[in-house]
Write a protein that binds this ligand. Structure first.
Ligand code: URA
Length: 232
């Protein structure tokens, strides 16, 4: 019996409800109605135990019964990151990994894996979050030097050394390993370059696909979700 391992077994009704699609009682009813198969065999006893790795199907359709799920959302503007406000299927118990401001777009991870979320967020993991920012005025190499040094904000907040890369026009890339309240906006404002638009492009080695549009949601497999913990 290994935690999260191949030998872990759970009641079939529990596995079905872990998909987020059914309550326990709905799951029991489905099994009793003969609509569920496991590894090709029809099973009608909801209390029978199986491994999560089994091929579990409802009406012939494969179900994802993994304990932990990982999604990347290209967060649209105008939405707040809060569990209570979530418009997501709540059956999975997903929550956002860190926060993006209401007017910030881009890569937001959603999961029900608390340890993973903690690792992604914690500055101790040294996972870099990369943002594309548009500012009221172009950033300079002096601004970049100040970022590299580690900024102190107006209220005395000390920031870890961060990356700032000027791009064409009023755009720049900002790389930070921490996620203090309004951090990127406050860092740029402290240099007299208020942010007019902000979009998160990547977390660690996990990037939004180049053609990604706000509102798109993708489920991540094991290797993709681990990219967000990979230091560049
Ligand atoms: N920094 C900010 O200022 N806002 C965000 O949404 C994310 C990082």
């Amino acid at each position: 019996y290994l935690r999260d391992g191949a030998y872990m077994t759970e009641r079939l009704d529990k596995l079905l409800s872990d998909s987020g699609l059914y309550s326990r009682s709905e799951a029991r009813a489905l099994v009793r109605a003969g609509r569920v198969s496991v590894d090709g065999a029809a099973i009608t006893a909801p209390e029978r135990k199986f491994s999560r790795e089994c091929d579990i199907r409802v009406d012939g359709e494969r179900l994802n019964c993994a304990k932990y799920r990982y999604f990347m959302l290209d967060k649209p503007e105008g939405y707040v990151c809060a569990t209570e406000d979530s418009r997501l299927p709540t059956g999975l118990g997903l929550f956002p990994v860190g926060r993006l401001d209401r007017d910030t777009t881009g890569l937001l991870l959603l999961t029900n894996d608390g340890d993973y979320a903690h690792k992604v967020i914690s500055p101790r993991s040294k996972v870099e979050k990369c943002y594309l920012a548009e500012t009221e005025a172009p950033v300079t190499s002096e601004d970049a030097a100040a970022f590299a040094e580690g900024l102190t904000l107006a209220d005395g907040t000390r920031c870890l050394p961060a990356g700032l890369e000027p791009l064409d026009g009023n755009y720049c890339l900002v790389r930070v390993m921490e996620g203090k309240y309004h951090q990127v906006k406050r860092m740029l404002a402290s240099r007299g370059k208020p942010v007019t638009r902000l979009r998160r492009l990547s977390i660690g080695a996990l990037s939004l696909p180049p053609a990604s549009e706000p509102g798109e949601l993708r489920e991540l497999d094991e290797s993709a979700k681990n990219l967000a913990l990979t230091q560049l």
